[in-house]
Design a protein around this ligand. Structure first.
Ligand code: FES
Length: 111
């Protein structure tokens, strides 16, 4: 397990999503009521940044065709996407938001 700091807490306001470029591609870090979740920032429907999306509770909606995903699991909640988003483990150490981009936290199926 190799966590690395990708952001600090002050970079992601309440109900906001931050795009971070990493060696495994762009990752979106979501702030859900002070809990942080990291997912692939590329919608599985087409190549579109999920960090542009609307975050409401644990649900992130793609702005291009309105697919919805659960940021906790990556599961698809609403079409047209059919494949889940990759998720990554997150830990908060002080003000640092650390993500293990080497690990696939979840191979969640379609909801
Ligand atoms: S690109 Fe996200 S729903 Fe189509």
């Amino acid at each position: 397990v190799a966590f690395q700091t990708l952001a600090t807490r002050d970079q992601i306001g309440a109900e906001e999503v931050l795009r971070v470029e990493t060696e495994v591609g762009p990752i979106a870090i979501c702030n859900v009521e002070g809990d942080y979740y990291a997912i692939s920032d590329t919608c599985t429907h087409e190549d579109w940044p999920m960090s542009d999306g609307w975050l409401e509770g644990h649900v992130l909606e793609c702005t291009l065709h309105s697919a919805k995903f659960d940021v906790r699991t990556g599961c698809v909640l609403s079409p047209p996407a059919s494949c889940p988003l990759q998720t990554y483990p997150v830990q908060v150490v002080g003000d640092d938001i650390q993500v293990d981009i080497s690990a696939a936290a979840s191979k969640a199926g379609v909801a």
